[in-house]
Design a protein around this ligand. Sequence first.
Ligand code: EPZ
Length: 420
Amino acid sequence: MAKFLVQKSGPLYGEVDISGSKNAVLPIMAASLLAGAECEIMGVPALKDVEVMCGLLRSVGSSVSEDYANNRIVISTPERVSDEAPYELVKKMRASILAMGPLLAKTGRVRIPLPGGCAIGLRPIDLHLKGLQALGAEITPKPGYVEAKAETLRGGNVYLDFPSVGATENIIMAAVLADGVSIIENAAEEPEIVNLANFLNKMGAKIKGVGTNTIKIEGVKELSGCKHSVIPDRIETGTFMIAAAITRGNLLIKNVLPNHVKPITAKLRECGVSVEYNDESILVRGDASPLRSTDIKTLPYPGFPTDVQPQFMALLTTMNGPSVIIETVFENRFMHVGELNRMGANIKIEGNNAILHGGRPLEGAKVICTDLRAGAALVLAGLAAEGTTEISEIYHIERGYSNFIEKFRKIGAAILKIDG
Ligand code: EPZ
């Protein structure tokens, strides 16, 4: 299995171009199933997860042309598609569940394997199903998969117990062709949902209130095709902001939407990191003043993003002083703690709190990626650690970051990918 060898590097210096958002492009690709004509999506990141979603769309009948050199894909979906998503694709990527709402809206029936859990949690889909039921779907759990049926979906109201990103997206995609008006309360407010709704409204949908906790969808008869751009990846942006901080470097991060990373900026500034916004770029300096520790608590947007918690924890190990990291979104998102401790970090877990005493220099070690963002955290820790850090199971990282090594090497990181 391939590995990364990471040497102590930096201060990192130079420019990074951020790619399109993984968590925006995946629901937008699923939503293209609803279009009666061709959809052209720009700003598409070259990711394994995007390839898996292309495979899923093809498996139900769409034709998909991928042009990663120009970061674009073109999807056209026939009137009649299969209502069944294949297990071998769904098990590869949890986000496959986002095909459920569109397939139900398009065909009146969907059979989808349960996506299953992953390292960071059980990842249930009860809120997705609660929302589809509110639109009139009949849900039948079967061993290992779930079936949803509805002759016609009708407008309905749902109050989400938790502002689930995926559930909000699935319900929107089912409601856009429903007969009547639907309201989602306690909806997720993430920017990726706004990007999805803008795509659907371009196709002729009538969605209002995205970006707030109450979303109103007025069902329409049909949706056309359209051209749409994916927003920059705010999690990749945060990852490189932290790369500048952890190596006490100086990075100009381009193709970003600064407003989407405000909680990360606020926390970095609390640590003494200099962060300056321009229109579509951010200048981050970890060398502006001595850095100090802080505490973080993850929350749904606009709170501090759970997808940047592991990376920020790696940064905090390089600061003097105690820190408390509270993870409120996932029940098991501390798998990277054991690996960071193998590098000499001093972190204890108490429930969903991690108590960290930073300041002792990290030492390179052999570590394992447990999930996408934990992997990014280990690379960042390796850049600061003395000696060499050997990171295995790096397929997790390559699922969600495009041209990961190339971007880091360009700004001075000593990272090598070895096979075997
Ligand atoms: C999306 O996952 C993202 N993935 C995740 O990014 C991100 O961490 C997460 O939102 C939170 O921001 C994509 O967009 C493809 P949720 P999603 O439903 O939709 C519980 C990454 O690293 N829940 O908001 O699956 C769930 O167990 C990935 O890029 C239910 O209980 O997240 C979790 O504790 C990781 N029932 C919490 O809600 C449900 O029906 C948040 O999950 C659904 C969710």
